[in-house]
Ligand binder design. Structure first.
Ligand SMILES: Cc1ncc(COP(=O)(O)O)c(C=O)c1O
Length: 444
């Protein structure tokens, strides 16, 4: 790997996303099949999946139940429109999702809007927030607040509230969007075994933004409870609680982007359950369908939903939706996925494995270049010191070395992220740590 056969393929036509296309095509890494915890590349080499694909294949690869459910659904009803029309399986999926919806019995976010991806779920939630404020007579509230180092997909809404400079610098952004400070503070919190002790006060940034812009201009704040794509950044103890209190004080909606943390990643069904902090809206995707069919979903509180269910009944309450909202095949995949999660206890399995995961990952601490290790549930971030003048190069080399040794990891800057399928056992964790350690030792 990379291989002669891979190089012989025509790779010119496919413009790859979030990829250094020219570099990749010189030395491609091509995955051809997958089962359980493993991929197989085009040369037949086995690759242990340390990232559940892209944080999405929570029940492991090649699940027969999902394949069969999708095939049956496509035979029965391949597609049906969702505008002023419905099909039973979309209602059935929403009802099943409502059973596990974040928020607990008292404040369940059990009104579900379907989208086609995480980015679409984010833009949907942002639009619902603005529409809600208008519906309750707060039409001046159109400003959206995100956080530095946040990732909320690639729609114009998502990049506006997102905090990744490379996603933003080339594109025009929504007017009025602003950002809280990020919470990453390795100087005070490096190698925390639990949530970071320091930084709850960073939530008070919102007070500053309220003072600067006026609460009456702010519709919503969106954060990832645990920032995934920017390097597994955990919320300091008390931070999310404080953010919730301040948003409530000023009538600002709080959105948790759970596209990564939803569906068992932290050892609880949702991060809402892990932290015991209930926002007004939750965005999801990825594990919603085990990554098998693209889909996103927004969970809304009844208060938000019901505020929009006003006015003449013939009126469309929210002018928003996608051709593929509630796609029958995606709903079939999602229903089969939920069944697997339930039968195999996967939404809470992470809690059982988390202590082993944490202890084995923290064993990498003494390796050269390691600056910080962070774990929560079945997520880990291993941060390396950057090579002077070449930020990101060291972690990229570790990624390439890992792949050559049959392990898929993910890198962002100089942070290596792991988030395996939730079906793994201790031996997989040991293999991941062993291979990752080897790959780190190889880099200068
Ligand atoms: C927190 C978060 N929000 C949104 C997205 C965007 O999801 P998608 O790539 O499905 O559009 C992602 C993707 O990684 C994500 O991690």
């Amino acid at each position: 790997m990379p291989t002669a056969a891979a190089n012989r393929r025509n790779l010119e036509n496919y413009w790859m996303p979030f990829t250094a296309n020219r570099q990749f095509k010189q030395a491609p890494r091509l995955l051809e099949s997958a089962h359980g915890m493993y991929y197989r590349d085009v040369e037949g080499n086995q690759v242990l999946d340390g990232t559940a694909g892209l944080w999405c294949v929570n029940a492991g690869h090649g699940r027969r139940e999902i394949t069969d459910a999708v095939a049956r659904q496509l035979e029965k009803l391949d597609y049906a429109p969702s505008f002023q029309m419905g099909h039973p399986i979309a209602f059935e999926f929403a009802e099943k999702l409502a059973e596990i919806a974040p928020g607990g019995p008292a404040a369940k976010l059990d009104r579900v809007f379907f989208a086609g991806s995480g980015s679409e779920a984010v833009d949907t939630a942002l639009k619902i927030a603005i529409a809600y404020q208008r519906a309750i007579g707060q039409g001046t509230r159109t400003r959206l607040i995100g956080r530095e180092r946040g990732y909320h997909g690639v729609g114009f809404g998502g990049i506006s509230v997102g905090g990744l400079v490379n996603n933003r610098r080339v594109f025009p952004l929504l007017p009025g969007s602003d950002h809280l400070s990020h919470t990453h503070d390795p100087a005070r919190n490096a190698f925390s075994l639990d949530l970071p002790e320091h930084g709850a006060e960073l939530a008070d940034d919102l007070e500053k933004l309220v003072a600067l812009h006026g609460a009456e201009t702010i519709a919503a704040v969106i954060v990832e409870p645990v920032a995934g794509s920017t390097g597994v950044l955990l919320p300091p103890k008390g931070y999310l609680e404080r953010l919730r209190a301040i948003t409530q004080k000023y009538g600002i909606l709080l959105i948790f982007d759970e596209v990564i943390t939803g569906f068992g990643r932290l050892g609880t069904p949702f991060a809402v359950d892990y932290f015991g902090v209930v926002p007004d809206l939750v965005t999801t995707a990825k594990g919603l369908t085990n990554g098998a069919i693209p889909m996103g979903a927004v969970f809304a509180s009844r208060a938000v939903h019901d505020a929009l269910m006003q006015g003449p009944v013939e009126q469309i309450e929210l002018f928003h939706g996608y051709t593929y909202s509630g796609h029958p095949a995606a709903c079939a995949a999602g229903l089969a996925t939920l069944e697997i999660y339930k039968k195999e206890g996967l939404l809470t399995r992470g809690a059982i494995l988390a202590p082993d995961w944490r202890d084995l990952m923290h064993g990498l601490r003494e390796l050269p270049h390691v600056a910080d290790i962070r774990t929560i549930g079945l997520v880990a971030g291993v941060e390396l010191k950057s090579r002077p003048g070449a930020a990101g190069a060291r972690a990229y080399e570790v990624f390439v070395n890992c792949f050559a040794d049959g392990l898929l990891v993910r890198v962002t800057g100089d942070i290596i992220a792991l988030s395996p399928p939730l079906i793994l056992d201790r031996s997989h964790i040991e293999t991941m740590v062993f291979k990752l350690a080897d790959a780190i030792r190889q880099v200068a």
